[in-house]
Design a protein around this ligand. Structure first.
Ligand SMILES: Nc1ncnc2c1ncn2[C@@H]1O[C@H](COP(=O)(O)OP(=O)(O)O)[C@@H](O)[C@H]1O
Ligand SMILES: O=P(O)(O)OC[C@H]1O[C@](O)(COP(=O)(O)O)[C@@H](O)[C@@H]1O
Length: 311
């Protein structure tokens, strides 16, 4: 059983336009309204592929009702925590060449008691949980140490913890010793405070996060796949895809990786297959078994160390 923690959920609107021009009126050619927030997407991907997932989520206001309503179509065990502020709406504009422009709201403030109730709900729903996935940005009112504190509070449960976040929250989480972190290239570069231009630099940066406390690092590289660095070694895998919308691709990658044990190159291959499948689907649609093309994945037997990364 997987438990996902989404402190800052969203209702995601993906709007398709022919071409985005700043200042112009655009008539949308398509729109997708989907439950969002990284932990929620991970849960959606897991259940689409037959895994069991429980999603703990603070959800206030009419938008919170809408989010919970959107989630009823999935086989996710949803644990709703009451909150006063409304769930945010995130808008993504997608062009036919799969260029995405994202407008993510900060989210409503969580008060101290609401945050405590949220943590209590996570801890109360731990029985039977093997993996906790704590993912996404933190809304106003939630300290940067939230994920780090959660990792410490979850330690007695023995569950493994994967964290997908950015900035100071990622840095603090790494120090708390998570089983896995999943930065994308930009987030990894920010965490080590230097640009990353080659696979060697990506692997070195991932190694640095390991030396600071993370057991394993799954670094996503957009169209160039993903790199896994753990105590056993480092691997690079990638897969071709006809890109349509990259929203949620990172969440699909993480879900795929965890679905097959969350360790080693075979889990990396599954993650990359799910990530590539996700980009070929509209909006933040999570891939099911019929969408996944495992045969397209190449796990490189030797990393091409000097290969340039351009995401
Ligand atoms: N254009 C693409 N072609 C093939 N696979 C892709 C493409 N973009 C993303 N992916 C897959 O999705 C994963 C996550 O994408 P990425 O953009 O790095 O993550 P995030 O959404 O977290 O920023 C990648 O590791 C890769 O497996
Ligand atoms: O919490 P953040 O960083 O604002 O991100 C939330 C957004 O990320 C998503 O989960 C998509 O994530 P990825 O594209 O990184 O996989 C959207 O559903 C959501 O709107």
């Amino acid at each position: 059983m997987f438990l996902t923690v989404t402190a800052n959920p969203s209702v995601d609107r993906t709007v398709e336009v022919d071409r985005l021009t700043r200042g112009d009126l655009h008539r949308a050619s398509g729109v997708h309204v989907q439950p969002g927030g990284k932990g929620i997407n991970v849960a959606r991907a897991l259940v689409r592929n037959g895994c069991k997932a429980r999603a703990v989520v603070p959800a206030g206001g009419a938008e919170g009702d809408q989010l919970i309503g959107l989630l009823t179509g999935y086989s996710i065990e949803v644990v709703r925590v009451a909150a006063l502020g409304p769930v945010r709406s995130n808008i993504t504009i997608v062009e036919p060449d799969a260029t995405v422009t994202k407008l993510n709201e900060a989210g409503a403030r969580l008060s101290g008691p609401e945050l405590e109730a949220f943590c209590d709900a996570v801890l109360a729903h731990m029985p039977g949980v093997d993996w906790v996935v704590a993912a996404g940005s933190l809304p106003p009112g939630v300290p940067d140490t939230f994920y780090a504190d959660l990792i410490s509070r979850l330690a007695p449960s023995g569950a493994k913890v994967a964290v997908d976040t950015s900035g100071p929250a990622l840095l603090a989480a790494v120090e708390a010793g998570p089983t896995l972190v999943k930065p994308n290239l930009e987030e990894l570069a920010e965490a080590v405070d230097r640009p990353l231009r080659t696979l060697r630099e990506v692997v070195d940066a991932a190694g640095e996060l390991r030396s600071r406390g993370a057991e394993a690092v799954l670094a996503s590289l957009g169209g160039q796949g993903a790199v896994l660095v753990d105590g056993e070694g480092s691997w690079h895998a990638e897969a071709r895809a006809e890109a349509r919308s990259s929203v949620g691709a990172g969440d699909a990658l993480l879900a795929g990786f965890l679905s097959t044990g969350g360790i080693g190159p075979s889990a990396l291959a599954t993650g990359v297959a799910w990530g590539a499948a996700a980009v070929s689907l509209p909006g933040s649609t999570m891939p099911g078994p019929e969408d996944v093309r495992a045969h397209r994945v190449v796990v490189h037997p030797d990393i091409e160390w000097d290969r340039r990364i351009d995401v």
